[in-house]
Every structure is written in C-alpha cells, then in structure tokens.
Design a protein around this ligand. Structure first.
Ligand code: ASP
Length: 402
C-alpha cells in the first residue's frame, strides 16, 4: 500500500549519519554531536573502505571528515508542537488531526528523522521545548523559549536556530522573539498547515527551507523570520490570513522579505524596524509579563468589557477599534476612565493592515496609537513597553520604532 505520509516514507530509508545523530538530538550539545558525527563518519567510511576488493589502505582521514562536517553550519531545532508535529487518522484528514483527534504529537526526533534532506544544509541538533498546539502556549512559555533561544545564540557552536511552531500564534511568538532575542544570527520560525500524515503535507519542505535559511549567511541581521510556502516573512509584518490554506501567511503592510527557491534564500528587502540586538527590552530577569488585554470592537459595543478588564487587573488595553481605530462613545468613555486609573490604552484597529497615527482625538484622551501593529502584535509590544515605562509618550515612541 502506498503511504502518503512523509514520516513513513522516510522511515524506510537508512541514513547512517542521521541514525547515528539520533543519540545527540534529545538534548542540544553541538560539540558532542560534532565529535560523535565525525566518529560515525569514521565508522561508516572505514566500513565502506574495508569492503572486499576495495583499496582498503585509503581510509578517510579524520581531518578530511572533520572538514566535511565543519563546512556546514550548526543549526539547532527547537520544537514546540503545532500541526507540523501532528498526525491525522489518514491522508485525507486535513483539518481533524492531533490531540483533539486522538493522535499523539510527533516529537522532535521523529520530525528531524522524517526529513533527512535537512542534513545537506547543516549539522542538526534538536530539543523538545514544548509539544502543544500554539493556541495553548502562555506568556510564561514565551519567556522560557526566549531565554533558551538567547542561551543557544550565545554559544559559538550555534549558527542559527529553527523553531517549529503551530501556525495559530506563530506571528505572535515570532514578534515577541524579534523584540527580545539578542543576536544577529538567524532565528527562523516554521510551521505547517497540514499534518505530517496528510496528502501534500507542507511540513517537510517548509522544514528544509527553514534549516537552509537558518544556515545561510544571507539571513544574518534580518531579525526573526518566518518561512512558509517558500516565502520569507519578517516577524513585524507577518500575519496568518486563512484558517486552512497553505498560503496563509501574508505581510499586508511590509510585503515578503524574500523567497526560497531551490532551498536558497533570495532577499528582496531588509527590516527597517528595530529588532533583536537593537531593542531596549531585556527579559533575562523577568518571570512574568504585565497583563495586557485586547478589546474587540463591533457595531454596538459598549464599555462593559473594558471595565471588566480594568477590574481584573489589566495594566494595558489594546482597543481593536474599527477603521482608523474608531469606536462607539461608550467604549471611548470606558477607555478614558481606564487611562485615569493608570492603565495604558493603545488605540488600534481590527482591520488587519494600515497605520493608526496619533491624531488629537486619541492623544487628548492619553491614548497611544498602534501605528502598523495589528492588535495581537500591539499587545506584545505594550507588554514589553510596560516593563520599562508607563509614560504614553515613551510608549508611542516605541510603537513608532519597533
Ligand atoms: N493547531 C495548530 C497550532 O498549533 C495549527 C497549526 O499549526 O497550523 O497552531
């Protein structure tokens, strides 16, 4: 029977190096992995060299083996779960899969083993940080992930990082990391819209592209990136626009930053917003982020939800207004009252693209405006801003710069 699952097809292949590297993938240790993979190559090449009638006197020297391995960059894969790590009941289970459908998630080991092609681009090591749907992640999880990413980026034996993630909140994690990771090395988030078992699963090629991108010198200084469907997106500009389609990630205000063609990145632009090493945010000593809520405005909204947010301890509120951040009078009244109680309010829009500039009608109430941040990204920036200041003018500066 023909299996469409990439996982199953790949399992049938025997790749001595990737099989051997299995033992080094559960916990990241690049140096050890390198030494071990060199040793593995020695065994493999020595075995080949002693085959009958071969010129057995010429085993591959350790130096040559080392240069084979050393010529590749080292990429760490941090797995967090999502559809890319999910299975369904069959090839046609395109939307019903994963834990909710009674299927166990795929671990980082299986994920990496399923796509041996990634080892053409980098020495791979892997780590399971979480294994959950991205809608279940918390801001505590962000802090844990970001601290681990920073730890790895500091290591001279890590050249780039790939984070596998669910698509649902991928843009949020990407933007959070874009503001708090401290390195110019590539950090690439990748996901899939179809589970590993699906017909035309998009995960395997997305993962190859992510590793190739993270291993590429051209990807340095670009901030945190998302690669999906051959498109490279900046963390600032990217957003999920379709709940099922593989071409879901778009950058309505910035456009894509580049494209993967035959696993090679072709950049067409660079981020102009401050990111990574140029931000003022430091999460290294934080164990929680300030509470920031999003109020979604619809025709006829009143201010009751805003009042409840304040009552429940919100330190900041993003108002996802209509159009250019407009809102009903009652919502405005509640937000203005929230400002008086020390809550920072950002006037944003539910529209999903376009800029909200600081018009007098907003600044006179003490509101910051979201500029080009959609509500979910404005929330992240406000959470981080509130770790530094509560001054709306300062926070407005941050919304202009990041
Ligand atoms: N449920 C998934 C998630 O973890 C959706 C996906 O990854 O495409 O976000």
């Amino acid at each position: 029977m023909i299996q469409s699952s990439c996982l199953l097809i790949m399992k049938m292949q025997w790749d001595p190096i990737s099989q051997y590297l299995k033992i080094s993938r559960s916990r990241l240790d690049m140096k050890t992995a390198k030494v071990l993979s060199t040793a593995a190559l020695t065994i493999v090449f020595s075995t080949l060299a002693t085959l009958p009638a071969m010129a057995a006197e010429q085993p591959v020297s350790p130096k040559a083996e080392q240069s084979i391995q050393n010529s590749l960059p080292n990429v760490a894969i941090l797995a967090t779960g999502g559809t890319i790590a999910s299975k369904g009941a069959g090839a046609l289970a395109l939307t019903d899969y994963g834990v909710g459908a009674g299927q166990k998630p795929v671990g980082v080991q299986q994920l990496v083993d399923a796509v041996p092609e990634i080892q053409k681009f980098a020495n791979i090591s892997g780590e399971q940080v979480f294994n959950i749907g991205s809608s279940k992640l918390s801001t505590q999880d962000w802090l844990k992930l970001a601290k681990r990413v920073n730890e790895l980026l500091e290591s001279p034996s890590v050249d780039g990082i790939v984070i596998t993630h669910g698509t649902d909140t991928l843009e949020e994690t990407a933007y959070f990391l874009n503001l708090v990771t401290k390195s110019n090395k590539p950090v690439v988030l990748v996901a899939s819209m179809r589970p590993a078992t699906a017909l035309s699963a998009d995960g395997p090629l997305n993962l190859v592209n992510a590793v190739a991108l993270a291993a590429s010198k051209a990807a340095k200084d670009k901030g945190v990136m998302v690669v999906m469907n051959d498109q490279i997106s900046p963390a600032f500009g990217v957003t999920k626009t379709n709940s099922t389609n593989v071409a879901t990630f778009k950058c309505p205000d910035t456009g894509y930053m580049g494209y993967m063609q035959n696993n090679v990145p072709y950049f067409v632009s660079s981020p102009t917003k401050k990111h990574t090493v140029n931000t003022e945010f430091d999460i290294s000593k934080l164990d929680a982020l300030p509470r920031v809520e999003v109020n979604y405005v619809v025709l006829g909204s009143d201010g009751k939800l805003v009042d409840a947010m304040v009552k429940n301890g919100a330190k900041g509120i993003i108002n996802a207004g209509v159009g250019h951040a407009n809102m009903p009078n009652d919502v405005n009244k509640s937000l203005a009252e929230a400002v008086k109680q020390g809550v920072v309010v950002v006037a944003g829009s539910r529209v999903g693209s376009g800029m909200i500039t600081p018009l007098n009608k907003f600044t006179k109430e003490g509101y910051v405006t979201a500029m080009m941040h959609n509500p979910q990204k404005a929330r992240i920036l406000l959470m981080l801003a509130l770790t530094k200041t509560q001054d709306p003018k300062e926070i407005q500066r941050m919304f202009n710069e990041y």
